[in-house]
Design a binder for this molecule. Sequence first.
Ligand code: AMP
Length: 445
Amino acid sequence: MCAVVGVFNVKSASKVAYYALFAMQHRGQEATGISSSDGKNIWTKKRRGLVTDVFDGEENFEYLKGSMAVGHNRYSTAGSHSVLDAQPISAKYKLGEISVVHNGNLVNKEEVRQRLIDEGAIFQSYMDTENLIHLIARSQKTSLESRIKEALEDIKGAYCFIIQSRSKMFAIRDKYGVRPLSLGKFENGGYIVASETCAFELVGAKFVRDVNPGEMLIFEKGQEPISIQLYEPEPRPCAFEYIYFARPDSVIDGKNVYEKRLTMGKILAQENPVEADVVLPVPDSGIAAALGYAKESGIPFENAIVRNHYVGRTFIEPIQEMRDLKVRLKLSPIRELMEGKRVVIIDDSLVRGTTSKQIVKMLKEAGAKEVHMKLASPPIKHPCRYGIDTPSYEELISANMSEEEICEKIGADSLSFLSIEGLKESLGHDRNYSMVSFDGEYFIA
Ligand code: AMP
């Protein structure tokens, strides 16, 4: 998972990109970067770390000159943890200079990379995104636009690309629209394209519309964005964006994320009622679903687990012992609210089972009489290949254990999940959502 942003025809574009990346920090905390263009040169700064750590002073924006910029927050799904795998990736080629940012995951990355290497290409990173740069550079077409179109023919997978040359910007969403991408506009006529609409609020841009699946937008000085429908849309937007990834204030494809989470909680309560005294969320990811559950069941809601906001998402630590410790560093119960009570605890999802196990233990130690663990998504049985960092089959607890076995392992009194049907109902039947993690239907082979 990553965040991408493109800013066009705006004064101090790199600063606008910075604020947009800051609003989308939740989509990736591993590395960040911005490339700007002043029409003559492309300037880039990228490094491992959070947005505010990497861009830690005014001098960054003086260096990143110009009225156009692209930016990226990295959450590794492909590539390594080295700084070489931070984006944007910039390159000089026959027609000039470009920089590219990418959110998603390319499913044919290995074969394309191998073919390019066999033909003599020298790669700088392990990122699938670099394939696109090579394909653009090697194309014999005479314009960047037609080179991009040709390069895309060789690329399969989930992608939102924003590509900047010295004078133009291109935003492309794959035909399935797996990852979100929206267009916003500034009062002065400038534009912004970003993974999530929460970025627009912060920088003062107005939401215009979502980029369509299969669409390419071209931004050029002195004219309105040009839209080219490259591929017939076959929409399969990712359900996990609504479940976990996106910020609750974002609107994806016309649907507010918070409202969808409330509904997931509501349907979870209808499907899995339980006798209990209090409903608690795992903060922050379970809050909206827990509210939905409490409203529907009539069981009082208490925000009884305190989150320390200075600890990042638990997934970031690659080592298991550190992950265990991080849950305890991050979450702490308010004993007075649960002592002697039958507690329903709600989280958005169960991946390896680390968080749930720690939380059940924590609640029992804090005096809860019963702990009923409820997940506002179906069991994750398959790794995502389209840009969400879910681990391999071996690590996915629901791929290896029955619900009874998991319940025993995490030490809960009961365990239940939202059904796939319930999730579809929550999101609405107007679209065929991508549910690969739950149903294993890999629709991009
Ligand atoms: P686990 O502890 O391994 O069962 O992971 C579940 C927790 O991680 C839940 O609290 C989720 O909010 C969160 N989560 C789910 N999917 C992801 C992901 N792809 N990256 C980071 N965190 C996740």
